[in-house]
Ligand binder design. Structure first.
Ligand SMILES: Cc1cc2nc3c(=O)[nH]c(=O)nc-3n(C[C@H](O)[C@H](O)[C@H](O)COP(=O)(O)OP(=O)(O)OC[C@H]3O[C@@H](n4cnc5c(N)ncnc54)[C@H](O)[C@@H]3O)c2cc1C
Length: 403
């Protein structure tokens, strides 16, 4: 049975993350939104604190690397593990600032990819390495099976050639998890991921993007020209097994989509919390003991948004909880991402609307949260792609049968 309260063992972590968000992220939020591409140096101290907490066991494995499926005896007991801890803490940090969370050293989506599919030796070798995730290419976005970056085996190495765009933390990270194909004619089954450390000859950061939101987070184009990586840096099996198809690479998404959903939940909750204060200051009463339709339009809209956000949050917790309990969660991960991405954008923009001039101006962070939350409905699979995946799973259709 799933219990919808925050598990007692994770409450301290949630409170710590909330304090960090309130006292360390919020105060520098606007500064780095305005200073796009400037590295938020304050994060170094914070990252060191997070490392210290992990090492001491105080926040056992939460964060980007907390999404590993742990081996354990199936004794039928229910577990609230690191996947749940990760989504809870990530939501709190994004209540502080989504872009800064995405800029946190050693907490990249590449770290989640490594945690999801690395073998035990690789997990140790890449422990503590700040890793970004590079899937998207100039001709490949939603259709990730169409990847053109190639990886050719040459002795004990693979030789990578291709261009990756829109790599979050691509400029600042220490390594990039690159998706490349071993054989384009073999389709999805030949797509593998490789950990490429920064400084590897043949790899270069080409440019950084200017963006609508998450401006504190750097977004890079990275070029690979005859870039050689050790064969041991291939994550998962090197075999091209058409029966398993994309399974290895897609396992990453089952773990990262709930994390992105949690980011959307945290950012939207920040907007709702501030909107409640501003509405109350303006004399709007939000009454939980009376039906929404007999209250003011602003109060009714607020209640509706809270309910939507709670739905998104519960789906997110469910997807993470299933992973903790070693159950399949692809459907639930996509449901959570679809719902939270849509609700996050809707709630943050509606909060701007409800607060009028206060919502739209830079005096408050509401307009920033509306800009920041949009990306959470786009990366790690857009809203439309998540709905497609959900439909395929429910109807039992393959990707070629429903596109
Ligand atoms: C700020 C930012 C950070 C990013 N970070 C990363 C990162 O770290 N790593 C990485 O690899 N990528 C990253 N991306 C890329 C992101 O994952 C892609 O933008 C996303 O997957 C969509 O791909 P696309 O932009 O090519 O859009 P397209 O795939 O061209 O889609 C365009 C539109 O068509 C819709 N669409 C496409 N196919 C279908 C369909 N079959 N049915 C219905 N609708 C469809 C989409 O939903 C979308 O609305 C980032 C992007 C941004 C903007």
């Amino acid at each position: 049975m799933i219990n919808l309260d925050t598990p007692r063992k994770h409450r301290q972590l949630v409170e710590q993350a909330h304090q960090v968000a309130l006292n360390m992220l919020r105060p520098i939020s606007r500064k780095y939104d305005l200073a796009e591409h400037e590295y938020p140096k304050e994060l170094d101290l914070l990252a060191a604190m997070i490392d210290g907490l992990s090492e001491s066991g105080a926040s056992s494995g939460a964060g980007a690397s907390g999404v590993r499926r742990e081996e354990r005896a199936d004794d039928g007991s229910v577990r609230n593990g690191t996947n749940l801890a990760s989504v809870l803490s990530v939501a709190e940090m994004c209540w502080g600032d989504t872009a800064l969370l995405l800029s946190m050293p050693r907490q990249g989506l590449g770290n989640s990819a490594i945690a999801s599919v690395a073998d035990p030796e690789q997990a140790i070798r890449f422990d503590g390495v700040w890793a970004a995730m590079a899937i998207t290419e100039p001709g490949t976005g939603s259709d990730s099976a169409n990847i053109r970056t190639t990886a050719v085996k040459d002795g004990d190495e693979y030789v990578l050639n291709g261009e990756k765009i829109y790599v979050t933390a691509g400029g600042r990270c220490e390594a990039v998890v690159v998706w490349a194909t071993l054989d384009r004619s073999a389709g999805r089954a030949a797509i593998k991921s490789f950990v490429v450390p920064k400084g590897t000859p043949g790899m270069r950061v080409d440019r950084l993007e200017h963006k609508l939101g998450i401006r504190a987070s750097d977004t890079a184009t990275i070029i690979f020209e005859d870039c050689r990586v050790p064969a041991a840096n291939l994550l998962g099996s090197p075999d091209v097994d058409s029966a398993k198809g994309f399974a290895g690479a897609m396992a990453t998404f089952d773990n990262t989509r709930p994390l992105v959903a949690a980011m959307a939940v945290g950012c939207a909750r920040a907007a709702l919390d501030l909107t409640r204060e501003l509405l109350e200051d303006a004399g709007v009463v939000i009454d939980y003991d009376r039906p929404a339709q007999v209250q003011s339009a602003a109060a009714a809209r607020f209640l509706q948004m809270e309910a939507d956000l709670e739905g998104a949050q519960l789906l997110t917790l469910q997807a993470a909880w299933l992973a903790d309990n070693r159950r399949p969660n692809s459907l639930e991960a996509s449901m959570a991402k679809a719902k939270a991405g849509r609700v996050g954008s809707d709630v943050t923009l509606s909060c701007v609307q409800l607060c009028g001039t206060l919502g739209y101006s830079e005096g408050e962070l509401l307009e920033k949260w509306a800009r920041d939350s949009k990306i959470l409905d786009i990366f790690e699979g857009t809203q439309q792609i998540q709905q497609l995946i959900v439909a395929r799973r429910i109807l039992g259709l393959t990707s070629s049968e429903l596109r």
